[in-house]
Design a binder for this molecule. Structure first.
Ligand SMILES: Cc1ncc(C[n+]2csc(CCOP(=O)(O)OP(=O)(O)O)c2C)c(N)n1
Ligand SMILES: [Mg+2]
Length: 369
């Protein structure tokens, strides 16, 4: 007989299964076109496929290393890994143009990697060293890279959604053809900031692409435990916003969806809401043993691994040879090793740095010494 705890745990697992079946029905429809086309003839250029492979492999190996270093207490504080979700970042970057803006939550090591930020500086930030992207003062959750238009790295769930809308509004105000892609988790859509942002973005036709990276859980809480509506993209309908569910384990599907949303934004037709259906292989953060889900569930998603998928497409379509891919594997390995060495050898910021970079206004009267 099941005790109370097991009874409820079983119920949640059963519900999650139902949720996944519903999920894949929709995804199967959305990606059927892509799949049949990619099987016969690769859809994109060699350059694009190799960018995806290298970028996603670097994210994966970089974070595996970060996880190990966390275990050795070389990296401290919070650390949320993106492993499993790589296609969401890589497929977006390939779809957008230079000058477009990016903003996300605290699961933020991979987006700057896709954008070309030097992994050495990302690792140094994880080590809280002065050579880090945020001068060692941000840590894992607060990566920023102005040069690559990466606006962070935000720890307040849903906090970046109005910021992303504001960044996009500035583009419209300044009459550029740029946009802001704003990522957040499935947990963030229960925040008022999500609804307020969607409302104003649609009203003013702001060039923003809202992306829910739906990995099924907000910490240990599954989507279906917090909402009757588990097809999260449908929330866009309340604002008459074009919205879609996308297979977030397929970099090609992500790319296609973002291209379409970007065309809409640049034409002046305003925002799009995309729900990337993805999965995180690791726990919410380093301190989460992820006991709220089954091993089978994790394994099922690993069968759709985004890095393996793109590798198979490359090899099956003879886009590149095994040797070419082996070179990329070695390059990525070297980059990760170099980034650790760089971080280890860098210094911590000096104590007076604590008083710098706080206010945009340099002569703000609060700071005195
Ligand atoms: C306003 C606010 N409430 C609660 C938290 C604590 N918290 C941190 S992460 C998280 C879960 C968010 O999950 P989701 O949005 O799905 O993102 P994921 O971690 O899955 O990428 C919560 C509740 C927070 N950081 N901010
Ligand atoms: Mg989530």
């Amino acid at each position: 007989m099941l005790d109370d705890f097991n009874y409820f745990a079983t119920l949640f697992v059963v519900k999650r299964k139902i949720f996944r079946v519903q999920k894949y029905k929709i995804i199967a429809m959305a990606s059927a076109k892509t799949k049949s086309k990619t099987k016969s003839k690769p859809k994109y250029s060699k350059e694009t496929y190799l960018f995806w492979y290298e970028s996603m492999l670097l994210m994966r190996r970089f974070e595996e290393k970060a996880g190990q270093l966390y275990g050795q207490q070389k990296i401290k504080g919070f650390c949320h890994l993106y492993i499993g979700q790589e296609a969401c970042a890589a497929g977006s970057v390939s779809a957008l143009k230079k000058g477009d803006k990016y903003i996300t939550a605290y699961r933020d090591h991979a987006h700057p990697i896709a954008l070309g930020t030097d992994p050495k500086k990302i690792m140094a930030e994880l080590f809280a060293k002065e050579t880090g992207v945020s001068k060692g003062k941000g840590g894992s959750m607060h990566m920023f890279d102005k040069e690559n238009n990466f606006f962070g790295g935000h720890g307040i769930v849903g906090g970046q959604i109005p910021l992303g809308s504001g960044i996009a509004f500035a583009e419209k105000y300044n009459k550029t053809d740029k946009l802001c892609i704003t990522y957040f988790g499935d947990g963030a859509i229960r925040q008022g900031s999500f609804h307020e942002s969607l409302n104003i973005a649609m009203t003013y036709k702001i060039p923003v692409i809202f992306v829910i990276e739906n990995n099924g859980y907000a910490m240990g809480t599954s989507v279906e435990r917090t909402s009757n509506v588990t097809d999260l993209y449908k929330l866009g309908a309340a604002y008459d916003m074009p919205s879609a569910a996308v297979d977030g384990m397929s970099v090609e599907s992500v790319h296609e969806a973002v291209v379409e949303a970007a065309v809409r934004a640049r034409k002046g037709d305003g925002p799009t809401l995309l729900e990337f259906r993805t999965y995180r292989y690791k726990g919410h953060s380093m301190s989460d043993p992820a006991k709220y889900r089954t091993k089978e569930e994790v394994e099922e998603y690993k069968q759709k691994d985004p890095v393996e998928q793109v590798k198979n497409t490359i090899l099956k379509g003879k886009i590149a040879s095994e040797e070419e891919l082996a070179k990329i594997v070695q390059k990525v390995k070297d980059q990760v090793e170099e980034s650790v060495k760089f971080a280890e050898e860098s210094d911590y910021p000096s104590p007076d740095e604590a008083f710098k970079d706080i206010y945009a206004q340099n002569d703000y009267p609060f700071i005195t010494d």
